[in-house]
Write a protein that binds this ligand. Structure first.
Ligand code: FES
Length: 102
C-alpha cells in the first residue's frame, strides 16, 4: 500500500464529491465539513457509479435503488445493498490529496 497523489484539494469544495480512477480502481472522494474521505466509487449492489448519487450530510444515496452509504465509514445503511464500500486512507500535503491504495 502506498499513497498516490490524486488531485488538488481545491477541486472538491465542501459538500461535493468527485469520481477518480486510481490504479484501475474507481474511487469516490467526498468533502464533508472540509475533511476529505475516499471510498469505492461503485455501489456494492449492482456496481452503479455513485458519483451520480445524492449526497446528504455524511451519506450518499445510490441513484439506482436508493441504498445509502456513509462516506466516512463506507457502511451500507439500508437495503438492497448489504456490503459496505471499501474505504481508503487520505492525506493532504501541499494542497494535494493523496490516497492509500495498493
Ligand atoms: S445499484 Fe445501488 S442500490 Fe442497487
Amino acid at each position: 500500500m502506498q499513497f498516490k497523489k490524486v488531485c488538488k484539494s481545491s477541486e472538491i469544495q465542501n459538500g461535493q464529491i468527485k469520481n477518480i480512477l486510481v490504479e484501475d480502481k474507481n474511487v469516490l472522494l467526498a468533502n464533508i465539513d472540509n475533511n476529505i474521505f475516499a471510498t469505492s466509487g461503485q455501489c456494492t449492489h449492482e456496481k452503479v457509479d455513485l458519483e451520480n448519487g445524492f449526497i446528504m450530510g455524511e451519506d450518499i444515496t445510490c441513484p439506482l435503488h436508493l441504498s445509502r452509504f456513509n462516506l466516512k465509514t463506507g457502511k451500507s445503511l439500508n437495503p438492497p445493498a448489504t456490503e459496505e464500500l471499501a474505504i481508503y486512507n487520505v492525506k493532504i500535503q501541499n494542497e494535494e490529496i493523496y490516497i492509500e491504495i495498493d
